[in-house]
Design a binder for this molecule. Sequence first.
Ligand code: UDP
Ligand code: MG
Length: 327
Amino acid sequence: MTTSTDMQAAQHSALKLSIITPIYNEEENIPLLFERLDAVLRPMKRGYEIIMVNDGSRDGSLAALRRLAEQHPEVKVIDLKRNSGQTAALMCGIDHSTGDIIIPIDADLQNDPADIPNLLVKIDEGYDVVSGWRRDRKDAAIRRNFVSSVANLVISRISGVHLRDYGCSLKAYRRSVLEGVRLYGEMHRFVPIYASWMGAKITEIPVRHHPRLHGKSSYGLERVVKVILDLIVVKFLDRHLVKPIYVFGGFGMLSVAISFLTLLWALYLKLVEGLSLIQTPLPLLSAMAFLIGITAILLGLMSEILVRTYFESQDKRPYYVRERINL
Ligand code: UDP
Ligand code: MG
């Protein structure tokens, strides 16, 4: 007799996995990564594919990938014409994937393929996004770990989606949450946030983390600036994509109001107190606030045009349907 949990398990194992690894100068890591992935995935009795995206590597990565793909049909390789960055490479892998569950993982073995089954347990429990948390992170203490823990707090506060480690590449997504998600810049770390805003169920589990043994990290401190700017963009796009004039125009009107108030004040000082207009900085302030205000309102109008092009050229809608009944 099959119990309902057996049937559930059978259903779950029917979900195909797409493992996606962006690769930039990882020639020594590629064979090792494949070995570890293979050791974890093969016994699981699920359908799977391993998509390796060569992001314009300058070393022997492509040759290593070709060798692997020759021997293993489940390894699919995409070679990008030039280096486009980790997020873009990941996006490319997602675009070419066919699995029901998407699992990005770094190629440098800092993430451990042995954690994949733990992520899947949570997916099988019904979560849409399972994010890895590098509890015991093996990167430079101050330059990486400290900076990133501050960044994690900020992102958590601003986004209202509370994870402890946004930057961990190892995550698992149900394909449905990635539909329509386009990633730019450093945005791959914000996908759980975005998904959660759209109503996805997300959770976080501790995963192992290892020091990099071969090759070197492609990132330094400059990434912090990019991440902060991307966070502003994500936040802005979420709240105001449909009506940017409310943000630009709101700021513009405030600035124009300040301009009028400073002008009135200057006139008051001149007419009542007898202070000449050139004796205070107020007229200058008023003129500047006026210019800034008008410019902001014009920028808002410009953004409205852009937003219309965005929605209408791609046939996008300003709402997201979860379900339709009797339709
Ligand atoms: N990566 C990439 N393109 C790049 C930089 C990095 O595809 O321009 C890949 C890299 O090969 C690795 C992952 O992205 O698989 C994470 O990169 P890295 O280990 O340098 O980042 P860190 O672990 O230091 O944050
Ligand atoms: Mg790394």
